[in-house]
Structures are given as structure tokens and as C-alpha cells.
Ligand binder design. Structure first.
Ligand SMILES: Nc1ncnc2c1ncn2[C@@H]1O[C@H](COP(=O)(O)OP(=O)(O)OP(=O)(O)O)[C@@H](O)[C@H]1O
Ligand SMILES: [Mg+2]
Length: 364
């Protein structure tokens, strides 16, 4: 499946563009501030229904002189077409998929997969555990459509549990019996989430090791550790550990542990890369993490996600760039790459060049 056409109206600084894309590598180039990332984001938004930056609100996506934004895209898959219309107003967004405005969002998102590379990816390693959980949550969802339902259920139970802890702290001792029941539910959903995460890592880690070794000239011995307070393999153990924290949790009026606190520790050569890696090594590792995920998706579903690379080539030294482009050459995926300097991009077959100036595009 590939994105054949996109019509963008009043999305950020792009006012009115109608662009046909080829199946292969699309290079989007232009000077700073002309709309390269915005164009990439219109594709990212279509495939994830989220802005690139988590903190951006709907109103930030709409052109500042306009009241709404519309992105219409046509994907082609062998013989049939998929038509998607997304309308964004400051209050809400609407998705119309093949003329149906009642689409199941999870199955839609599971179908239209994209993987985005941005200069901010460093934060997957350097940032808070939330960044790593977000990365792996999305990755796991690409391979297991029902994983998000598990997370939604978990968050619901977590919210209820927090409310009960607060009520107990404020004197409502009758809630102690309800807490027992919620603890059982909390345990079951936590074990499910853990199982999904571990199933992903079991297959992902060998691909990651292989990718890191190809990318790096040094002998990096990478591995990943799932970091948690619990023994997820034993339900009773989990429950009693949860109980042992109860007094403290009542004091703090909230749940202090669980899958929403768990982390992924990334080790190279016995050291945590977060604390020991150089900037370049961390960048290389995040790149390897994404490439390994893409390979895993292809191995499992027989399809590559759409790749969106924002300004990546200016960040990499020539060896890494060579590896990256050699990898991109071998994959049968539609790719979008933005750059300020076309001379940083090795010229490959099946590459098309789109210039963007002030939000207006032109094929070259
Ligand atoms: N809602 C909006 N309405 C109008 N303009 C916007 C909106 N949001 C962002 N912009 C503008 O879009 C312009 C282009 O942004 P974009 O990030 O796409 O540039 P870029 O080509 O990727 O630049 P760089 O090379 O620096 O990454 C910016 O000048 C920004 O101010
Ligand atoms: Mg940009």
C-alpha cells in the first residue's frame, strides 16, 4: 500500500496543495521554515491521527488564518483505492475512511502504519521512561491491534484504583474491600500488558542486535532489559507485592507502581547507554531501534510501514548515512525524506525531488 495522492488544505503553513507521490523515495527539500516538516506531518497525521509533537493541540495544526484544516489522501493497494479524509477544527477532528465516518480507530491505525524518524528521537534513549514506553507501546500496537485496548483498560482500572486509594486516605474505610477486587483486576491486566511487551522483545532483540552490529563499526554488544518492581510470571507474587505497597499508596493517594512505571533499560557493552553513550552513539542506537522495528513488522506482516525521515541525513556521519541509504535501497517501502541540502542525499534510482517554498510544492 502506498500514498498516491494527498490534498492538503490549511494544514500549518500549507494552504492548498495537491501532490501525487511515487511509490519509492520522495525527497522533500527546501530552506528552513518552508514547510518540509509540516508536509511530513500531514502524512504522519493521516497515519497516526496525532501531531508529531505530543504537546501540540488541534489548533496548532490549523493554518493560523483559517478555521479548519482538511487532509484528503488516496492510498493504493494493488487494484483498490483507500480514500481518507481528515477534517480538523480547534475542537475536534473527524475521520472519513472510504466514505464511512464511523470507522473503528484502532483497526484504522493498525492498517495505515508509519514510522517517523526525527532529530528528537534521541529522547527515546536520553529522556524519561515515558518516552521509551511510548516507543514500545506504538511498536507493539503495530503488530498487535488489541494491545491498545489492553492499555485503555489498564488506564481505566488505574484511575479507579487511584480514586479508591484517595477515598481510603480521606477516611472512607469501606473502600478497602473494593480495593481488594480492584487489585485482582489490576494484576490481571498488568500481566497481560507485560506478556505483550515481552512477546515483542523476544523477537525484537535479536533483530536489534543484528541491526546495531551492521550500523556500527565498533563491537557494540547491545541488549534490552525490561525494568520492573514485579514478578509478572507469578500472579500471587504480583498481588502480594501490590499489597505490600498499599500503606504507602494510601499515604500518597495513588498507585505507585505497575506497567505505567516500568522501563526499558538499554545496555551496550554492559553499560547503560543513557549514561555512557556519546551523542553520536545514542543517535545511531535510536536509528537502529527504529530500523529493527521496521524489519520486524515486515517479517511478521509481509509489509513495510511508510517511512518518514525528518532531517535525518544532516545528523549522521558519512558511514551511518551510507548504511542508512543502503538499507533504504533494499526495502520495498514508500519513503519520504526531508532535507535542507539535497547534496547530503546520495542519488539513488527511484528517487523523486519535491521542492517546498513557503508551503507551496513543485516537483523538480
Ligand atoms: N498553524 C500554523 N499556521 C501557519 N504557519 C504555521 C503553523 N504552524 C507552523 N507554521 C509555520 O510553518 C513554517 C514551516 O515549518 P516547518 O517546521 O515545516 O519548516 P521546515 O521546512 O521543516 O524547516 P526546518 O528546515 O527548519 O526544519 C514555520 O515557519 C512555522 O512558523
Ligand atoms: Mg523541519
Amino acid at each position: 500500500m502506498f500514498l498516491k495522492n494527498i490534498k492538503i488544505n490549511n494544514f500549518r503553513n500549507i494552504q492548498n496543495e495537491d501532490i501525487n507521490f511515487s511509490k519509492n523515495i520522495n525527497i522533500i527539500y527546501g530552506d528552513n521554515g518552508n514547510g518540509k516538516t509540516n508536509l511530513l506531518e500531514s502524512i504522519y497525521y493521516t497515519t497516526s491521527l496525532k501531531p508529531i509533537k505530543k504537546k501540540h493541540k488541534l489548533i496548532h495544526l490549523i493554518n493560523e488564518n483559517s478555521k479548519a484544516s482538511i487532509i484528503k489522501s488516496t492510498f493504493e493497494n494493488n487494484d483498490y483505492k483507500e480514500i481518507i479524509k481528515i477534517a480538523i477544527t480547534p475542537e475536534k477532528k473527524a475521520l472519513i475512511y472510504n466514505q464511512n465516518n464511523n470507522t473503528n480507530i484502532q483497526s484504522y491505525l493498525h492498517k495505515f502504519k508509519s514510522v517517523l524518524f526525527t532529530p528528537d528521537d534521541l529522547m527515546i534513549i536520553k529522556g524519561e521512561p515515558q518516552k521509551r514506553r511510548d516507543f514500545f507501546n506504538k511498536a507493539i500496537f503495530h503488530l498487535n491491534q488489541y494491545y491498545y485496548s489492553n492499555l485503555i483498560e489498564y488506564n481505566k482500572i488505574l484511575k479507579t484504583r487511584n480514586k479508591i486509594l484517595k477515598d481510603i486516605a480521606e477516611g472512607d474505610k469501606r473502600q478497602l474491600a473494593i480495593l481488594e477486587i480492584i487489585n485482582e483486576q489490576f494484576t490481571d491486566i498488568s500481566l497481560k500488558i507485560y506478556q505483550n511487551r515481552i512477546n515483542y522483545l523476544i523477537n525484537y532483540i535479536p533483530i536489534l542486535i543484528n541491526t546495531v552490529n551492521q550500523l556500527s563499526k565498533k563491537d557494540f554488544l547491545p541488549y534490552l532489559i525490561y525494568k520492573t518492581d514485579f514478578n509478572y510470571k507469578n500472579r500471587d507474587d504480583f498481588l502480594s507485592k501490590l499489597k505490600s505497597k498499599q500503606k504507602r499508596e494510601i499515604l500518597y493517594k495513588r498507585t505507585l507502581t505497575g506497567p505505567h512505571f516500568d522501563d526499558y533499560k538499554i545496555i551496550t557493552n554492559d553499560k547503560e547507554i543513557k549514561f555512557f553513550g556519546s551523542q553520536g552513539e545514542i543517535r545511531l542506537f535510536t536509528l537502529a531501534m527504529k530500523i529493527a522495528h521496521i524489519i520486524y513488522v515486515k517479517e511478521t506482516t509481509n509489509n513495510y510501514p511508510i517511512l518518514l525521515l525528518d532531517d535525518i541525513s544532516s545528523e549522521l556521519d558519512s558511514n551511518r548515512k551510507e548504511f542508512l541509504f543502503n538499507f533504504l535501497k533494499t526495502i520495498d517501502s514508500q519513503i519520504f525524506i526531508t532535507t535542507t541540502a539535497i547534496n547530503h542525499i546520495p542519488k539513488l534510482e527511484n528517487m523523486d525531488f519535491l521542492e517546498i517554498k513557503n508551503g507551496k510544492t513543485n516537483w523538480k
